[in-house]
Design a protein around this ligand. Structure first.
Ligand SMILES: NC(=O)c1ccc[n+]([C@@H]2O[C@H](COP(=O)([O-])OP(=O)(O)OC[C@H]3O[C@@H](n4cnc5c(N)ncnc54)[C@H](OP(=O)(O)O)[C@@H]3O)[C@@H](O)[C@H]2O)c1
Length: 347
């Protein structure tokens, strides 16, 4: 029987990069977990994954009974999100989803706790985690928006190959070992190279670029925000980096910007470039902070500001952000984990 003083959690996609990271993040969480069950495709049935000095056995998703769980954490891709999440919600489980399928649905809050936690209060059973590159961007933008107002954003990403899941890591490692191109994700090598995410039309944006643009607008509640993006994958295992150019509405001082960011939740400033102190993927790896450095003026714009923004895409960009949402719900509005109006096919 489901109890309201503890949680029964299912992880869907537990064998993946994000799924395994969920286990690590939950290990360190204060959440009172009575039951934690793991699910993946039938081919992963029986795999054992470590959790708090025990081993948990991965179950076949075909056998899941969502009514046994208060919370279902999804990191199993768009198709699993599309088909399975409505079943989970119907059975009474609150879903936090890492996939992209539900993110822009009008009744699904898209949440980064440091930025727009209040949006969660309107959930109808599904809470979406933004794309990894969006999460670190909005953590950096929100304090600037609040203090100076934002007129325009241009972002260029340098994304770790783990953003494409385990198969991305396997591609990079195999290419380094063999010197041969592994034709997954792209026909181009990723080792010693740069790839774009898939682009379906000439002169068009990639899906990743559109995700950053649309998700940032939704999270900041700025549907007409001027924002554009160029996204690439680079041969780094973990940690996305972003070059962010902002034009603010109000004038700013650089110390004021630094102080504002320093005082904002989830941010660490690493900005003594004269001593080679700047954010790198290796600094961010394994942590839940968004690292900001290279704070400087863009001399080509009135009120132009450059930032360099780095975070662990698998932790803050996925698993940790989802658990932070759940932790805040537990602390601040526990009832919304157990009782909520359910999203129906009509909404
Ligand atoms: N990697 C990142 O940095 C990142 C960041 C933000 C969001 N995300 C999103 O998180 C999700 C997972 O990403 P990942 O990097 O962990 O990918 P991954 O390493 O490829 O893992 C995918 C996981 O999903 C499972 N799976 C696939 N189809 C399934 C289905 N129909 N039913 C149940 N389980 C299924 C896989 O099971 P098997 O092992 O049995 O195949 C595996 O456990 C994706 O939607 C991705 O876009 C990833």
């Amino acid at each position: 029987m489901k109890m309201k003083d503890n949680l029964s959690i299912a992880i869907i996609g537990a064998t993946g990069l994000v799924g395994r990271t969920f286990l690590k993040v939950i290990e360190d969480s204060f959440l009172p977990i009575a039951k934690l069950d793991l699910f993946a495709t039938p081919r992963s049935k029986g795999i054992k994954l470590p959790f708090r000095n025990k081993e948990l056995i991965v179950n076949d998703i075909s056998n899941i009974d969502f009514s046994k769980y208060n919370v279902a954490l999804f990191s199993a891709g768009k198709e699993a999100s599309r088909t399975l999440i409505p079943l989970a919600v119907k059975s009474g489980a609150l879903v936090i989803d890492n996939g992209s399928y539900w993110r822009l649905h009008k009744d699904v809050p898209l949440v980064v706790p440091e930025v727009n936690f209040h949006d969660v209060l309107k959930h109808k059973g599904i809470i979406a985690n933004p794309n990894c590159s969006t999460i670190q961007l909005v953590v950096a933008l929100k304090p600037i928006e609040d203090k100076f107002g934002i007129k325009k954003v241009e972002v260029s990403t340098y994304q770790a190959i783990s953003g494409a899941g385990q198969k991305g890591i396997d591609k990079l490692m195999k290419e380094i070992q063999t010197g041969e191109t592994v034709p997954v994700l792209s026909k181009h090598p990723i080792s010693f190279n740069i790839n774009f995410h898939s682009i379906t039309t000439k002169f068009g944006f990639s899906e990743e670029e559109n995700k950053i643009i649309n998700e940032t607008r939704k999270i900041l509640h700025r549907s007409n925000l001027k924002i554009t993006a160029t996204c690439v994958r680079i041969p780094v295992l973990v940690g996305h980096s972003e070059s962010v150019s902002i034009v603010t509405k109000l004038p700013f001082g650089l110390e004021e910007v630094e102080q504002t960011l320093l005082e904002s939740p989830g941010i660490r400033i690493v900005d003594q470039p004269e001593n080679e102190e700047y954010p790198t993927p290796k600094i961010a790896e394994g942590t839940d902070f968004v690292y900001i450095g290279r704070i400087r003026r863009n001399p080509t714009e009135k009120n132009g500001l450059h930032l360099w923004v780095v975070a662990d895409n698998v932790r803050k960009g996925a698993a940790s952000n989802a658990i932070q949402i759940l932790e805040r719900l537990w602390k601040e509005t526990k009832e919304l984990i157990f009782d909520f109006p359910k999203l129906t096919d009509q909404t």
